[in-house]
Ligand binder design. Sequence first.
Ligand code: ZN
Ligand code: ZN
Length: 304
Amino acid sequence: MAILLFVSGGVHLTFYGVRGSTPCDGGRFERYGGNTSCVALESSGHEPIVFDLGTGLLEYGDRVTEGFSADLLANHLTSPYRATVLLTHLHWDHIIGLPFFTPAFRPDALIEVHGPRQEDGSLAEMFAGVMKPPYFPITPSQLGGTLNFRDTDSDEFAVNGAKVWSRWVRHTDPTLGYRVEQEGRTVTYISDHGPGCVESDPDDFVPDDVLELCDNADVLIHDAQHTAHEYEAKRHFGHSTIEYAVHVAREAGVKTLALFHHCPSHSDAAIDEILDHAREFSARTDGPHVIAAHEGMRLDVGSA
Ligand SMILES: [Zn+2]
Ligand SMILES: [Zn+2]
Protein backbone atom coordinates (compact mmCIF):
# COMPACT_ATOMS: atom_id res chain seq x y z
CA MET A 1 0.00 0.00 0.00
CA ALA A 2 1.39 3.39 -0.96
CA ILE A 3 1.37 6.26 1.51
CA LEU A 4 -1.25 8.95 0.82
CA LEU A 5 -1.07 12.12 2.88
CA PHE A 6 -3.72 14.55 4.16
CA VAL A 7 -6.51 12.58 2.55
CA SER A 8 -9.89 12.16 4.20
CA GLY A 9 -12.31 12.10 1.26
CA GLY A 10 -12.53 14.60 -1.59
CA VAL A 11 -9.81 16.09 -3.72
CA HIS A 12 -7.25 18.30 -2.00
CA LEU A 13 -4.61 20.75 -3.19
CA THR A 14 -1.67 21.72 -1.00
CA PHE A 15 0.60 24.58 -2.05
CA TYR A 16 4.26 23.99 -1.11
CA GLY A 17 5.80 26.68 -3.33
CA VAL A 18 3.99 29.65 -4.89
CA ARG A 19 6.84 31.98 -5.87
CA GLY A 20 8.00 32.60 -9.44
CA SER A 21 11.47 32.94 -10.98
CA THR A 22 13.67 32.52 -7.90
CA PRO A 23 13.23 31.54 -4.26
CA CYS A 24 13.30 34.42 -1.80
CA ASP A 25 13.56 34.65 1.95
CA GLY A 26 13.04 37.15 4.76
CA GLY A 27 10.40 38.84 6.84
CA ARG A 28 8.79 40.49 3.80
CA PHE A 29 7.81 37.08 2.43
CA GLU A 30 6.75 35.38 5.65
CA ARG A 31 3.04 34.90 4.97
CA TYR A 32 2.97 33.99 1.26
CA GLY A 33 6.32 32.17 1.31
CA GLY A 34 9.44 32.22 -0.83
CA ASN A 35 9.65 28.70 -2.29
CA THR A 36 9.16 28.19 -6.01
CA SER A 37 6.42 26.25 -7.80
CA CYS A 38 5.26 22.98 -6.26
CA VAL A 39 1.63 21.95 -5.64
CA ALA A 40 0.35 18.50 -4.60
CA LEU A 41 -3.05 17.13 -5.62
CA GLU A 42 -4.22 14.29 -3.40
CA SER A 43 -7.42 12.32 -3.08
CA SER A 44 -8.47 9.22 -1.25
CA GLY A 45 -7.41 6.00 -2.98
CA HIS A 46 -5.24 7.72 -5.58
CA GLU A 47 -1.51 8.19 -5.77
CA PRO A 48 -0.48 11.85 -5.54
CA ILE A 49 -0.04 14.14 -8.52
CA VAL A 50 2.63 16.82 -8.08
CA PHE A 51 2.68 19.95 -10.23
CA ASP A 52 6.28 21.11 -10.78
CA LEU A 53 9.53 20.43 -8.91
CA GLY A 54 10.46 23.86 -7.52
CA THR A 55 12.01 24.41 -4.10
CA GLY A 56 8.63 23.77 -2.44
CA LEU A 57 9.27 20.10 -3.22
CA LEU A 58 11.59 19.92 -0.20
CA GLU A 59 8.74 20.54 2.25
CA TYR A 60 6.40 18.17 0.39
CA GLY A 61 9.10 15.48 0.49
CA ASP A 62 9.59 15.96 4.23
CA ARG A 63 5.86 15.47 4.80
CA VAL A 64 5.87 12.29 2.69
CA THR A 65 8.88 10.99 4.60
CA GLU A 66 7.15 11.75 7.93
CA GLY A 67 4.21 9.70 6.63
CA PHE A 68 6.53 6.81 5.85
CA SER A 69 8.04 7.00 9.34
CA ALA A 70 4.59 6.95 10.96
CA ASP A 71 3.58 4.01 8.80
CA LEU A 72 6.76 2.19 9.70
CA LEU A 73 6.13 2.66 13.43
CA ALA A 74 2.45 1.75 13.22
CA ASN A 75 2.62 -1.21 10.87
CA HIS A 76 6.22 -2.41 11.06
CA LEU A 77 6.44 -2.28 7.31
CA THR A 78 7.62 0.07 4.65
CA SER A 79 5.53 1.34 1.77
CA PRO A 80 6.64 2.20 -1.73
CA TYR A 81 6.31 5.79 -2.88
CA ARG A 82 4.38 6.19 -6.13
CA ALA A 83 3.60 9.55 -7.70
CA THR A 84 3.08 11.36 -10.98
CA VAL A 85 4.76 14.69 -11.64
CA LEU A 86 3.23 17.07 -14.17
CA LEU A 87 6.11 19.37 -15.04
CA THR A 88 5.30 22.57 -16.95
CA HIS A 89 8.80 23.37 -18.24
CA LEU A 90 12.51 23.21 -17.52
CA HIS A 91 13.22 26.69 -16.12
CA TRP A 92 15.27 26.48 -12.91
CA ASP A 93 12.45 27.60 -10.62
CA HIS A 94 10.43 24.53 -11.70
CA ILE A 95 13.08 21.78 -11.42
CA ILE A 96 15.57 22.78 -8.75
CA GLY A 97 13.84 20.90 -5.93
CA LEU A 98 14.34 17.45 -7.48
CA PRO A 99 17.81 16.63 -6.02
CA PHE A 100 16.42 17.26 -2.51
CA PHE A 101 13.25 15.17 -2.83
CA THR A 102 13.87 12.57 -0.12
CA PRO A 103 11.08 10.12 -1.15
CA ALA A 104 12.93 9.65 -4.45
CA PHE A 105 15.96 8.34 -2.51
CA ARG A 106 14.07 5.16 -1.60
CA PRO A 107 15.01 2.25 -3.89
CA ASP A 108 11.33 1.27 -4.17
CA ALA A 109 10.18 4.76 -5.25
CA LEU A 110 8.56 4.98 -8.67
CA ILE A 111 7.90 8.46 -10.03
CA GLU A 112 6.48 9.19 -13.48
CA VAL A 113 7.57 12.63 -14.67
CA HIS A 114 5.57 14.06 -17.58
CA GLY A 115 7.16 17.18 -19.04
CA PRO A 116 7.34 19.16 -22.29
CA ARG A 117 9.01 17.42 -25.22
CA GLN A 118 12.25 19.23 -26.13
CA GLU A 119 13.88 19.77 -29.51
CA ASP A 120 17.42 19.11 -28.27
CA GLY A 121 16.93 15.72 -26.65
CA SER A 122 14.68 13.64 -24.46
CA LEU A 123 13.51 14.89 -21.08
CA ALA A 124 15.71 12.25 -19.43
CA GLU A 125 18.74 13.58 -21.34
CA MET A 126 17.90 17.18 -20.42
CA PHE A 127 17.73 16.34 -16.69
CA ALA A 128 20.91 14.29 -16.92
CA GLY A 129 22.53 17.32 -18.58
CA VAL A 130 21.79 19.77 -15.75
CA MET A 131 22.02 17.32 -12.84
CA LYS A 132 25.62 16.17 -13.03
CA PRO A 133 29.03 17.43 -11.88
CA PRO A 134 30.10 20.21 -11.82
CA TYR A 135 26.54 21.62 -11.56
CA PHE A 136 25.51 19.10 -8.91
CA PRO A 137 27.36 16.12 -7.40
CA ILE A 138 24.80 13.43 -8.25
CA THR A 139 22.80 12.48 -11.32
CA PRO A 140 19.07 11.60 -11.50
CA SER A 141 19.92 7.90 -11.74
CA GLN A 142 21.92 8.14 -8.48
CA LEU A 143 18.94 9.36 -6.45
CA GLY A 144 18.05 5.75 -5.63
CA GLY A 145 14.44 5.43 -6.80
CA THR A 146 13.14 5.07 -10.34
CA LEU A 147 12.29 8.21 -12.29
CA ASN A 148 10.55 7.62 -15.61
CA PHE A 149 10.67 10.72 -17.77
CA ARG A 150 7.78 10.95 -20.27
CA ASP A 151 8.26 13.33 -23.20
CA THR A 152 4.85 14.95 -23.46
CA ASP A 153 3.11 17.01 -26.15
CA SER A 154 -0.44 18.30 -26.38
CA ASP A 155 -2.20 15.13 -25.26
CA GLU A 156 -4.79 13.39 -23.09
CA PHE A 157 -3.83 10.54 -20.81
CA ALA A 158 -4.92 8.63 -17.73
CA VAL A 159 -3.04 8.76 -14.44
CA ASN A 160 -4.19 6.35 -11.75
CA GLY A 161 -7.88 7.24 -11.83
CA ALA A 162 -7.39 10.80 -13.06
CA LYS A 163 -7.79 12.14 -16.57
CA VAL A 164 -5.10 14.60 -17.62
CA TRP A 165 -4.96 17.05 -20.52
CA SER A 166 -1.68 18.72 -21.51
CA ARG A 167 -1.60 21.72 -23.85
CA TRP A 168 1.16 24.08 -25.02
CA VAL A 169 0.93 27.57 -23.56
CA ARG A 170 2.77 30.78 -24.47
CA HIS A 171 6.00 31.24 -22.49
CA THR A 172 9.69 31.85 -23.26
CA ASP A 173 10.58 28.15 -23.75
CA PRO A 174 8.46 25.03 -24.46
CA THR A 175 5.84 25.03 -21.71
CA LEU A 176 2.76 22.97 -20.95
CA GLY A 177 -0.37 23.70 -18.94
CA TYR A 178 -2.35 20.84 -17.38
CA ARG A 179 -5.95 20.01 -16.59
CA VAL A 180 -6.68 17.18 -14.16
CA GLU A 181 -10.11 15.66 -13.59
CA GLN A 182 -10.45 13.34 -10.61
CA GLU A 183 -13.47 12.24 -8.57
CA GLY A 184 -15.64 14.71 -10.53
CA ARG A 185 -13.41 17.67 -9.62
CA THR A 186 -11.28 19.69 -12.02
CA VAL A 187 -8.01 21.49 -11.34
CA THR A 188 -6.11 23.46 -14.00
CA TYR A 189 -2.47 24.41 -13.52
CA ILE A 190 -0.91 27.08 -15.75
CA SER A 191 2.05 28.34 -13.75
CA ASP A 192 3.85 30.34 -16.44
CA HIS A 193 1.79 31.96 -19.18
CA GLY A 194 2.90 34.97 -21.18
CA PRO A 195 0.36 36.48 -23.57
CA GLY A 196 3.03 38.98 -24.64
CA CYS A 197 5.24 36.19 -26.05
CA VAL A 198 3.28 36.30 -29.31
CA GLU A 199 3.49 39.92 -30.41
CA SER A 200 0.58 39.64 -32.84
CA ASP A 201 -1.84 38.46 -30.11
CA PRO A 202 -4.13 41.20 -28.73
CA ASP A 203 -3.73 41.65 -24.97
CA ASP A 204 -7.11 40.08 -24.20
CA PHE A 205 -6.69 37.08 -26.54
CA VAL A 206 -7.11 33.67 -24.88
CA PRO A 207 -6.02 30.73 -27.07
CA ASP A 208 -8.46 27.84 -27.55
CA ASP A 209 -5.98 25.45 -25.89
CA VAL A 210 -6.01 27.57 -22.74
CA LEU A 211 -9.81 27.82 -22.76
CA GLU A 212 -10.00 24.04 -23.13
CA LEU A 213 -7.68 23.48 -20.17
CA CYS A 214 -9.64 25.91 -17.99
CA ASP A 215 -13.19 25.10 -19.12
CA ASN A 216 -15.45 25.24 -16.02
CA ALA A 217 -12.59 24.21 -13.73
CA ASP A 218 -13.25 24.19 -9.99
CA VAL A 219 -9.82 25.72 -9.39
CA LEU A 220 -7.47 27.45 -11.84
CA ILE A 221 -3.92 28.01 -10.58
CA HIS A 222 -2.59 30.72 -12.91
CA ASP A 223 0.46 32.92 -13.43
CA ALA A 224 -0.12 36.33 -11.81
CA GLN A 225 3.42 37.68 -11.80
CA HIS A 226 2.91 41.30 -12.87
CA THR A 227 0.79 44.30 -12.08
CA ALA A 228 -0.46 46.08 -15.20
CA HIS A 229 2.12 48.81 -14.59
CA GLU A 230 5.04 46.35 -14.31
CA TYR A 231 3.90 44.45 -17.39
CA GLU A 232 4.47 47.34 -19.78
CA ALA A 233 8.25 46.98 -19.44
CA LYS A 234 8.17 43.18 -19.14
CA ARG A 235 5.63 41.96 -21.66
CA HIS A 236 8.18 39.64 -23.30
CA PHE A 237 9.23 38.00 -20.01
CA GLY A 238 6.59 35.30 -20.46
CA HIS A 239 4.21 36.11 -17.63
CA SER A 240 0.71 37.46 -17.06
CA THR A 241 -0.88 40.42 -15.40
CA ILE A 242 -3.34 39.89 -12.58
CA GLU A 243 -6.07 41.27 -14.84
CA TYR A 244 -5.25 38.75 -17.58
CA ALA A 245 -5.45 35.86 -15.08
CA VAL A 246 -8.92 37.06 -14.03
CA HIS A 247 -9.88 37.47 -17.71
CA VAL A 248 -8.85 33.88 -18.58
CA ALA A 249 -10.77 32.51 -15.59
CA ARG A 250 -13.89 34.51 -16.45
CA GLU A 251 -13.84 33.53 -20.15
CA ALA A 252 -13.54 29.84 -19.23
CA GLY A 253 -16.19 29.85 -16.48
CA VAL A 254 -13.71 28.96 -13.71
CA LYS A 255 -15.13 28.92 -10.15
CA THR A 256 -12.01 29.83 -8.13
CA LEU A 257 -8.85 31.50 -9.43
CA ALA A 258 -5.69 31.06 -7.37
CA LEU A 259 -3.14 33.80 -8.15
CA PHE A 260 0.22 32.01 -8.41
CA HIS A 261 3.90 32.41 -9.39
CA HIS A 262 4.16 35.60 -7.33
CA CYS A 263 6.98 37.93 -8.36
CA PRO A 264 9.97 37.66 -5.97
CA SER A 265 9.93 41.44 -5.60
CA HIS A 266 6.35 41.39 -4.24
CA SER A 267 6.26 41.47 -0.43
CA ASP A 268 3.36 40.12 1.63
CA ALA A 269 1.90 43.63 1.76
CA ALA A 270 2.18 43.99 -2.03
CA ILE A 271 0.40 40.66 -2.62
CA ASP A 272 -2.34 41.67 -0.17
CA GLU A 273 -2.88 44.79 -2.28
CA ILE A 274 -2.79 42.78 -5.50
CA LEU A 275 -5.41 40.39 -4.12
CA ASP A 276 -7.69 43.26 -3.07
CA HIS A 277 -7.38 44.75 -6.54
CA ALA A 278 -7.95 41.39 -8.28
CA ARG A 279 -11.11 40.77 -6.22
CA GLU A 280 -12.44 44.23 -6.97
CA PHE A 281 -11.64 43.84 -10.69
CA SER A 282 -13.21 40.37 -10.80
CA ALA A 283 -16.39 41.50 -9.02
CA ARG A 284 -16.70 44.48 -11.37
CA THR A 285 -16.28 42.29 -14.48
CA ASP A 286 -18.41 39.33 -13.34
CA GLY A 287 -15.34 37.16 -12.82
CA PRO A 288 -14.54 34.25 -10.49
CA HIS A 289 -13.83 34.03 -6.77
CA VAL A 290 -10.15 35.01 -6.40
CA ILE A 291 -7.61 33.86 -3.83
CA ALA A 292 -3.84 34.36 -3.63
CA ALA A 293 -1.95 31.09 -3.18
CA HIS A 294 0.36 30.96 -0.19
CA GLU A 295 2.75 28.35 1.12
CA GLY A 296 0.94 25.80 3.26
CA MET A 297 -2.49 26.67 1.80
CA ARG A 298 -4.73 23.63 1.51
CA LEU A 299 -7.88 23.69 -0.62
CA ASP A 300 -10.69 21.18 -0.67
CA VAL A 301 -11.42 21.26 -4.40
CA GLY A 302 -15.11 21.78 -5.07
CA SER A 303 -15.69 23.60 -1.81
CA ALA A 304 -12.87 26.11 -2.38
ZN1 ZN B 1 8.47 30.00 -13.49
ZN1 ZN C 1 9.32 29.91 -16.79
